[in-house]
Ligand binder design. Structure first.
Ligand SMILES: NC(=O)c1ccc[n+]([C@@H]2O[C@H](COP(=O)([O-])OP(=O)(O)OC[C@H]3O[C@@H](n4cnc5c(N)ncnc54)[C@H](OP(=O)(O)O)[C@@H]3O)[C@@H](O)[C@H]2O)c1
Length: 317
């Protein structure tokens, strides 16, 4: 049985399991994941999630144009609201009305209003600024920008806790240094293949910011294998990355360990990480994930996998 004891999410006062369920593929985004997910399959996955021992769900305003939040809201309505002690986190996204990106403070307020309505939640426990790499740091921090709007929504009691979620390490480091965020999501940058987020996690530990690590499978490659999911981090990648993933798969097979179990535990065993977000779109994945988290993995396999990690030149950063 995996150790799912809840732990403090930094200084938020929230308690979360070391596993969090992610919902980007569950909204249905075939252009990113290579397959569509219908409502029935997504709802069955969400029912299994809310009935299970994991108490942490991650979504965003813009996963599949809001479809992930709508699907979550529908299942929450069906089961009579959020189960006791459950934490649902969402994110603020820009709009693209008429093709023009709008990531202003005004848009941030609309994003939060949309999320509350779709999820059926009066107040939101944790809201992240999502992928701020879409604008400059200065635009994000401007008086009429999204961060100022988030702070006001926090002061008004609409959002209990603020986080920042995104890709580029140096930019996220700037946001952490503002002292305005209690939780960080990094994705695809602390995996068996790519370790570029480690220094950022160390910065968070010093600053008292909780770290949530998303995409431990690199978006699927390290669960399904590189021949089924040839992309890493939702984009084309070097053949060397796939070769290394294949070698990892073979090393795991020799020890009777599914690659997905090793990829998941690589994140779970990192003490700087409070919770790991796993993207799943099938109800049976919840039990599989718990089994993978509990599987004993010999020390020698970790050594072999470490030796197969990608060189820094191939990390996303
Ligand atoms: N900027 C951000 O804030 C950001 C960015 C990235 C991710 N995230 C969050 O982190 C979550 C996780 O990232 P992700 O979903 O992109 O990538 P991921 O967790 O690395 O991989 C998800 C993929 O792994 C597959 N998978 C999971 N368990 C499996 C198993 N036991 N066997 C075979 N395949 C398995 C899923 O397949 P099935 O569909 O078949 O289950 C899906 O294709 C997201 O859903 C999102 O909530 C946030």
């Amino acid at each position: 049985m995996a150790d799912l004891a809840r732990r403090p999410l930094g200084r938020t006062g929230l308690s979360v399991t070391p596993l969090c369920v992610g919902t980007s593929a569950l909204g249905s985004m075939p252009h990113l994941y290579g397959y569509a997910v219908d409502t029935e399959r997504a709802s069955a996955t969400l029912r299994a999630t809310f009935a299970g021992p994991i108490n942490f769900l991650d979504t965003s305003n813009d996963y599949a144009g809001g479809e992930a939040e709508r699907r979550i809201g529908a299942v929450l309505a069906e089961i009579g609201g959020l189960p006791d002690g459950y934490v649902v986190a969402t994110k603020i996204d820009p709009s693209r009305d008429g093709g023009e990106l709008d990531f202003t403070g005004e848009r941030a307020r609309r994003s939060v209003a949309e999320s509350r309505s779709r999820l059926g939640l009066e107040a939101l426990q944790l809201v992240y600024l999502h992928d701020p790499e879409r604008i400059s740091f200065e635009e994000a921090m401007a008086p009429d920008g999204p961060v100022a709007a988030m702070r006001r929504l926090h002061d008004d009691g609409v959002i209990a806790h603020l986080g920042v979620a995104g890709g580029p390490i140096d930019l996220l480091s700037q946001f952490v240094a503002t002292g305005l965020f209690e939780v960080l999501i990094s994705h695809n940058r602390y995996t068996l293949l790519d370790r570029s987020a480690l220094a950022l996690f160390e910065q968070c530990a010093v600053a008292g910011v909780a770290v949530v690590n998303g995409a431990p499978f690199g978006g699927g490659m390290l669960a399904k294998g590189p021949d089924t999911q040839p992309r890493y981090g939702y984009r084309e990648t070097a053949e060397e990355i796939r070769e290394r993933a294949r070698a990892m798969q073979r090393a795991c097979e020799r020890r009777d360990v599914p690659l997905a179990a090793a990829a998941l535990q690589f994140s779970l065993r990192q003490p700087l990480i409070t919770s790991t977000i796993v993207g799943v779109t099938r109800p049976e994945r919840i039990a599989e994930t718990l089994d993978h988290a509990a599987l004993p993995i010999p020390e020698e396999l970790w050594e072999e996998l470490d030796a197969l990690a990608a060189p820094e030149a191939l990390w996303l950063r």
